[in-house]
Design a protein around this ligand. Structure first.
Ligand SMILES: [Zn+2]
Length: 373
């Protein structure tokens, strides 16, 4: 057995404060799992301060990123490149990712125990010329949508990703990609497969059809209004705003000189982004942190998104929960429970301070420390 493999199953004694309540907790890890009774020979996992200075999270979650989209140019990333994307997230303390669509199969990440867990949405589903070229499965006719949704549901890990709206160059503005009727059939097909559905939506007009069809989550959501926010609350629909991606809307507008109505629309959505997200939060819409890394956003920026959620009005505990324990629960994972995989991050200081959050003192995944000491 190699030295690193021996260390991977080393036993550790973990003590510190846990969130959301800040109370001290104590547990052990053994063979990569959390146990609630002392383990003989367990070493103390020490971040250099007192127990009061040591804070424990069940790791961070990036609820919207892409492992397999090449940064900068779009398109598919190489295997080596996408493994590096996952590694960058892990080193930032992100131990669970929801992949919101990848043009290449990233299933091989699951063969690397040193890389984060991924919950996949298969490939984006769009129509020709109605999304970033090279990323989605393009359907020539929307009648194909329910069957494609079933295919992507089977290819993924419980999520399907639709492109809900995009610029229509013939119109010169954002418009919905799908009719209300086909969305009902498509989302019913996903639910029949046991998958949840989410959609990329920047503008206002695609939201009523998606929400009326029973969608489970909205990505971006900059076009939410009081009416569609109320529909989200009624349906228990989650929102992943990806505010650090919304921050790029002015650049998108600057580059769209041929489409002045679209450019003005994107600028307006950007201007009111914090008010929109705050209104959704105040109304009770569950909000989770996603960076949209891959493509135009670099990996490893979850702390920036937590910062942005605070700017949008979430308190420090809710903003961090949106990127940790609350997001884990939404994605079907428990947090720091006996018997579960020892996935956790430790901080010297309260990670609700974002400078602390940026620099985890310990990243433990499946019981192994990263970097390996
Ligand atoms: Zn995305």
């Amino acid at each position: 057995m190699s030295v690193s493999a021996t260390r991977a199953v080393a036993a550790w004694h973990v003590r510190g404060r846990a969130l959301p309540d800040g109370e001290p907790i104590e547990f052990w890890t053994d063979g990569g799992r959390i146990v609630d009774e002392p383990v003989a020979g367990a070493r103390s996992l020490d971040v250099g301060g007192t127990i009061d200075d040591t804070w424990i999270l069940p790791g961070l979650v990036d609820a919207h990123c892409h492992v397999g989209i090449r940064f900068g140019g779009g398109g598919g990333e190489s295997t080596e490149g996408l493994l590096e994307q996952a590694r960058i997230e892990r080193d930032a303390g992100v131990l669970l990712l929801r992949d919101a669509g990848s043009p290449v199969d990233n299933r091989m990440v699951d063969d690397h125990p040193d890389l984060p867990r991924i919950v996949r949405a298969g490939r984006h589903i769009a129509a020709p010329k109605r999304y970033i070229r090279g990323l989605p499965v393009d359907l020539d006719d929307e009648s194909q949508l329910p069957d494609e949704v079933r295919r992507q549901a089977r290819a993924g890990d419980g999520w399907v990703k639709l492109v809900g709206d995009w610029i229509d160059r013939a119109v010169g503005d954002l418009t919905p990609l799908w009719s209300d009727a086909i969305l009902k059939d498509a989302i019913a097909a996903a639910h029949d497969e046991g998958a949840r559905v989410t959609a990329h939506v920047f503008g206002e007009d695609a939201l009523p059809g998606l929400l009326g069809a029973g969608i489970d989550c909205i990505e971006h959501g900059t076009g939410l209004t009081d009416t569609t926010i109320a529909a989200m609350v009624d349906g228990g629909v989650a929102l992943v705003p990806t505010l650090i991606n919304i921050a790029t809307f002015p650049e998108i507008a600057d580059s769209a000189t041929r489409f002045p109505v679209y450019a003005a629309h994107m600028r307006a959505l950007h201007t009111r982004r914090y008010d929109t997200i705050a209104a959704a939060h105040d109304a009770g819409v569950p909000i989770y942190a996603g960076t949209d890394a891959g493509g135009s956003i670099r990996h490893g920026r979850i702390a920036d998104e937590v910062d942005e959620l605070r700017r949008a009005g979430l308190n420090a505990t809710d903003a961090l929960g949106a990127a940790s324990w609350a997001a884990r629960s939404w994605l079907g994972c428990t947090s720091l429970r006996a018997g579960e995989s020892a996935d956790l991050t430790l901080y010297r200081g309260d990670p609700r301070g974002t400078d602390v959050l940026r620099a985890p003192a310990v990243v433990m995944l499946r019981g192994a420390l990263h970097p390996v000491p």
